[in-house]
Design a binder for this molecule. Sequence first.
Ligand code: NAP
Length: 500
Amino acid sequence: MSRKVTDKAVGNQPARHSHIVIVGSGFSGLGLAIRLSKQGRTDYLVLERGKDVGGTWRDNTYPGAACDVPSQLYSYSFALNPDWSRSFSKQPEIQRYIQGVADKYNVRDKHIFDCDMTGATWNTETSQWEIQTSQGPFTADILVSAVGALCEPNLPDIKGINDFQGEIFHSARWNHDSDLTGKRVAVIGTGASAIQIVPNIAAKVAHLDVYQRTAPWLLPRMDRPYLAPEKLAFKYIPGVQAVSRAAIYAARETQVVGLAKFPPAMRIFETIARAKLFAEVRDPELRRKVTPNFRIGCKRMLISNDYYPALSRDNVDVVTDGIQEIKPGSIVTKDGTEREIDAIIVATGFHVTDSPVYDTVSGRDGRTLAEVFDAVGQQGYKGAAIRNYPNMFFMLGPNVGLGHTSMVYMIESQINYIADAIDQFDKLNLRTVEVRQDAQDAFNAELQRKLQGAVWSTGGCASWYLDKHGNNTTLWPDFTFRFRSLLEKFDVSAYQTVSA
Ligand code: NAP
């Protein structure tokens, strides 16, 4: 049973208490909220810093933003959408889908929007989390972090970047008031975001410089609009959509063999990517520049049919000399060349293994997540719990990321686990639950053993998958159905518990 709900004081301010507080309402936080509501729970709140649900799909509104996982798979299993307009959805359609699910399951009134968590501290005496937010303090018996890994833009530390006088913005904070038409524009980065932005602005800008540090591998984007009969079948013939989804899932899961178990098998994908590059980039000098120098899969494999054609345009240059500094109206590369520009789009990714959120969460021994991760790297248990953080669960915690299929599948696995954990917490009348050190250590030793032979470790690239200790603390190194079965039930035996 949950303990009595009373509002308490944190510092001098009265705090609002909720048995469960979920922070963040992207796919993961929203999905957990819906599960708790379906179980008949009302003793939870979702604190969301934005004005709406959607998380990364609310925030990434850059031109061309779209998913590189098929729509059929990139949706909740409990809310299949027969109305997807195409096989790979664009951002506005995904955001509308997420909003629609929030409405359908009627969980918006459990949300507090515009509520930015600025700190969370475990209070050993009360066995509660004390949560500071932009809307005042909260307390919770159970805190769930659902802040996501791709939420804090990573701004590159380039000399002079703050003195640039033109327009400058990150891909995840697109400035829709800015009109790039006829301007000289620079895009820094050639990752998943940049390769979608470049083709969508190349035709309208006067000139585009694409600053590439590492050439990515590109595969064909098998995207097409769904035909009316297909949509009707998804909607009205029982099982058709579920079968389509299962087939896509199974096909994608075969990639795990090459990515995690036997990297030489990735040569099949490399051959396809090389053929595509050869066919789409005719200029030998450009082809040389954009040919990757690592095993495919080591970094996220990108899919696009319009990136190489955009790079081949007369008004687009790929710059590979490395940025020396940014001046008020130009970028200077290491070879001394200065290129004048009016606008910079920073498509340099996110703080994944060094999120600023980690500085704000203090656990049982007073150390922040950032301090713990700094010492040992991002280690957790089943991506859902971390030693020293009692009564706290993580959605998309350490080693839950994927390079080949839908994160929504991993999210739903974690929803099963965390919802069951909360149930057991109440049924067993617990005061605290904290993962045991030996359970966490054994779990991580096994993960790192599996990761040793994976393409992310052996493929010869640097990527955000690896932390500063050189460990891969972001990706799941096995079939995703194994993750699903591992998280089917909350294993209380792996936790230290104290009864209420
Ligand atoms: P990203 O994949 O991390 O790419 C960042 C790019 O910026 C890389 O090319 C990187 O070069 C470059 N870069 C970083 N710091 C730099 C610096 N100081 N100077 C020059 N270049 C620098 O970031 P992202 O493209 O935003 O994508 C992040 C993740 O979001 C993806 O991996 C994916 O999981 C997700 N995403 C998915 C979709 C989709 O579903 N379609 C779309 C967008 C994003 P290096 O490679 O040399 O590090």
